[in-house]
Design a protein around this ligand. Sequence first.
Ligand SMILES: [Zn+2]
Length: 236
Amino acid sequence: MSISERQCREDIVRICHLIYEKGWVAMNDGNVSIRLNDSCILCTPTAISKGFIETDDLIVCDMEGSKIEGRRERTSEIAMHTTIYSMRPDIRSVVHAHPPVATGFATAGRSLDKALLPEVIIQLGTVPLASYGLPGTPALTAAMMPLIPDYDALLLENHGCTCYGVDVWQAFFRMEMVEHFARITLVAELLGGARPLPRDEVQKLFEARARYNVESNAPMRPGMPIVAEDVVSSRR
Ligand SMILES: [Zn+2]
C-alpha cells in the first residue's frame, strides 16, 4: 500500500467519524470515496456504521464499481460515485449522507435555490434537487446526471445529499455548508420567509469568485438561484 493510499484511508475514516458525530447519518447510511488514480477508487463498504469504521474496512473498486480489493462488500450506491467521477475529471472525492435539515428540504421536494447568503452563492451558486430515483438503481444516477456538470452539491429527493470536490475535505466542507444553509433557510422561513438578494448583488457575488480563488462551474441562470426580482414577479 502506498503512503498516499494509507493517507486516503485515514482521511476517509476521519470524515466518516465526523459525519456520524454531526448526526448526518444513522444506522449504515452514507458513503465516502476518493479517486486513487485513473482506474480505481477507495470507498466505504456496505453495512457498516460510519461512526465505527476503520481503515481496513475500506475497499478498492474499479471505475465500473466492481470490487478489486478488500474483505467487505461494496455499497449499492457505488454507481453514484463512479458516475460523478466519469462526468467530472476535476473531482477526486465524493461524500454522500443524509444530513437531517437538508434532507428535510429534499423530502419536502424543495431545493435550496434562493440567493440568500453571499458565501453560499460564491461557493456553490445554488443547491439543486435531483428528482427521486430508487437508491442503488440507475434511476438515481439518471436523475443526478443533468446536474453533475454544473453543481458541486446536490439534494436527492426523499433521500439525502451528495457533495464532491477536489479532495475529501472540500467535499465534506461543501456538505457542511449545505446543511448550515438549510438550517438558516428553515429559521428564516419560520420567521416569516427568507428574502433573496437582488439580481445585481447576486451578479457581483458570482463575479467575486475569482477574487476568492473559488473554482465553481455553477452558472447564474434565470431562476437559479432565485433572486429578489423573481419573487416579486411571481407574486404579481
Ligand atoms: Zn443515501
